[in-house]
Design a protein around this ligand. Sequence first.
Ligand SMILES: Nc1ncnc2c1ncn2[C@@H]1O[C@H](COP(=O)(O)OP(=O)(O)OP(=O)(O)O)[C@@H](O)[C@H]1O
Ligand SMILES: [Mg+2]
Length: 113
Amino acid sequence: MLKKIECFLQPSKLDEIKNELVEMGVGGMSASEVKGFGTQRGYLEGEVPNKEVKFLPKIKVEIVVDEEIVDDIIKKIRELCFSRTIGAGKIFVLPVEDAVRIRTAEVGKRAIY
Ligand SMILES: Nc1ncnc2c1ncn2[C@@H]1O[C@H](COP(=O)(O)OP(=O)(O)OP(=O)(O)O)[C@@H](O)[C@H]1O
Ligand SMILES: [Mg+2]
């Protein structure tokens, strides 16, 4: 079964994530600049929140992998992004119906690796 790991991280982590995950054997990855907020509604540590909700710059990383390596990937992302400071990020895991490599028509795991 294929799973998608979709995570929202501090932008400064992208380069290291990219290199480490390739070493772990991921078949591909997408990254985009997004804005988001979590439970602090966009306020940083030490800031006094008011009613306004704020967006902070984040990077969204999407990786489709075989379910067997999901736990290892999550562990690695946590290792690289861990901080006791709020806003270190969040990881979601989603089921993937199928994947198709357009060039060859391969599907499923074969389309990924
Ligand atoms: N429920 C959610 N749905 C979609 N995106 C989310 C959700 N929660 C967080 N995000 C995304 O993840 C980013 C990082 O979230 P963040 O690390 O601040 O989570 P948190 O739950 O507030 O944890 P912490 O208390 O450590 O800050 C957010 O800026 C947002 O882009
Ligand atoms: Mg937060």
